[in-house]
Design a protein around this ligand. Structure first.
Ligand code: MG
Length: 298
C-alpha cells in the first residue's frame, strides 16, 4: 500500500461540508497486526499506541516521523489515555488490569479485581478531571490467545467500571452491556458515551456524582464501533469498519472519513490538537484537519 492515500471525506449532512484537511492521509507506520490505544503526549509530541497481537507498545514521534518500539512484551495492551496529570493510563488484556505509567517510569496497578474476582480484559479507559478512572471490561482479551491469554471470566459479566480516586474503590456503573468498548466524556463531563461493540451502538449516560443514569442509544451502525473521541465543537468521532464516523451532538451522522482498513481507535494530537491519528489494523494513519480535538479538562 502506498504511504499516502487520498483523503476521502464523505459528506452526509451539510453541516459536515466544511470539515476537511489534508488532501492526502499519511500512512506513517504499516508494521502492525492490529493497532489500538492511541494516546498523545503534548509535552513530548509523541503518540503511544498498542499493537495488541504483537504484544507491544509503539511510539510515533511527531517531530522526526519515526515509529519505534516503546515496550515489549507489554501484557497485550489495548486502550490508553492521558490523565489530567499527563500520565498514560493503559488497559492490559494479558494481565487483565488497568495501569498507570508514572512520571518516574514506575507502573501503578489501578485496578485488577472487582469483589475479589479478576477483571476480564479491560479494553478502553478515560480519566475525568476529578481523577476518577472509568473503563470498560469486555471479554475479548480472554476469548483466545490472539489478543491476550485464553481464560474464563471470573466476574461472569462485562461491565463498565469507575475507580474512585480518593478511596480506590472499584464500582460497576453500567451492567447491561453485551461488550462495552470505547468511551468518552462530553466536554462538560456531565455525559459519558460508551460503545457496545456487539450491539453496534453508542449509548449516552448522564453522570451524577459517581453514578450513571439513562443510557439511551445515541448512535447505531450496521457494523459497529470501537474507540470514540470528541472534537472541540462537541462532535463525536467513532472508529468504524470503513473509517471514522462523525456525529453531531444531536446524534445525526454528519459524515465519514473513509479508510482502506478497519479503524479501531483515534486520537487528536499535535500542538494545536488538529492532527488526527487513526490506529487502523496494520497501519497508523495521520492527517492535519480543520477541526480540533476536545480540550482536556484539568
Ligand atoms: Mg476498543
Amino acid at each position: 500500500m502506498p504511504d499516502q492515500i487520498p483523503a476521502q471525506f464523505q459528506v452526509l449532512d451539510e453541516r459536515f461540508a466544511g470539515v476537511g484537511g489534508d488532501r492526502f492521509v499519511q500512512r506513517v507506520f504499516d508494521g502492525g497486526r492490529w493497532l489500538e490505544g492511541p494516546a498523545y503526549a503534548p509535552a513530548g509530541r509523541f503518540l503511544l499506541f498498542s499493537d495488541i497481537p504483537n504484544d507491544r507498545v509503539l511510539r510515533y514521534d511527531e517531530v522526526s516521523g519515526r515509529t519505534d518500539v516503546f515496550a515489549t512484551p507489554a501484557d497485550f495492551p489495548n486502550g490508553r489515555t492521558l490523565d489530567p496529570q499527563g500520565r498514560f493510563v493503559s488497559c492490559e488484556h494479558g494481565a487483565r488490569r488497568v495501569t498507570r505509567l508514572e512520571h518516574d517510569g514506575s507502573v501503578t496497578v489501578l485496578a485488577d479485581r472487582w469483589q475479589g474476582r479478576r477483571l476480564n480484559s479491560p479494553n478502553d479507559v478515560v480519566v475525568r478531571s476529578d481523577g476518577s478512572v472509568w473503563f470498560t471490561d469486555p471479554d475479548y482479551g480472554i476469548q483466545s490467545d490472539y489478543e491476550g491469554h485464553r481464560g474464563t471470566s471470573e466476574i461472569g459479566a462485562r461491565h463498565v467500571f469507575r475507580l474512585d480516586p480518593g478511596t480506590g474503590a472499584l464500582d460497576v456503573v453500567a451492567d447491561d452491556f453485551v461488550q462495552p468498548n470505547g468511551l468518552a466524556f462530553s466536554a462538560d463531563e456531565q455525559r459519558l458515551f460508551v460503545v457496545d461493540s456487539d450491539r453496534h451502538t453508542i449509548r449516552v449516560f448522564d453522570v451524577e456524582g459517581a453514578a450513571l443514569h439513562g443510557g439511551e442509544v445515541f448512535a447505531a451502525d450496521d457494523l459497529g464501533y470501537d474507540g470514540v473521541r470528541f472534537d472541540d465543537e462537541g462532535r463525536l468521532w467513532g472508529a468504524a469498519q470503513d473509517g471514522v464516523h462523525c456525529y453531531h451532538p444531536d446524534g445525526t451522522l454528519l459524515g465519514k472519513l473513509l479508510l482502506p482498513e478497519i479503524v479501531a481507535n483515534l486520537e487528536f494530537g499535535g500542538p494545536q490538537r488538529n492532527h488526527l491519528y487513526l490506529t487502523a489494523t496494520t497501519s497508523l494513519y495521520t492527517l492535519r484537519v480543520n477541526v480540533r480535538g476536545a480540550r482536556p479538562r484539568r
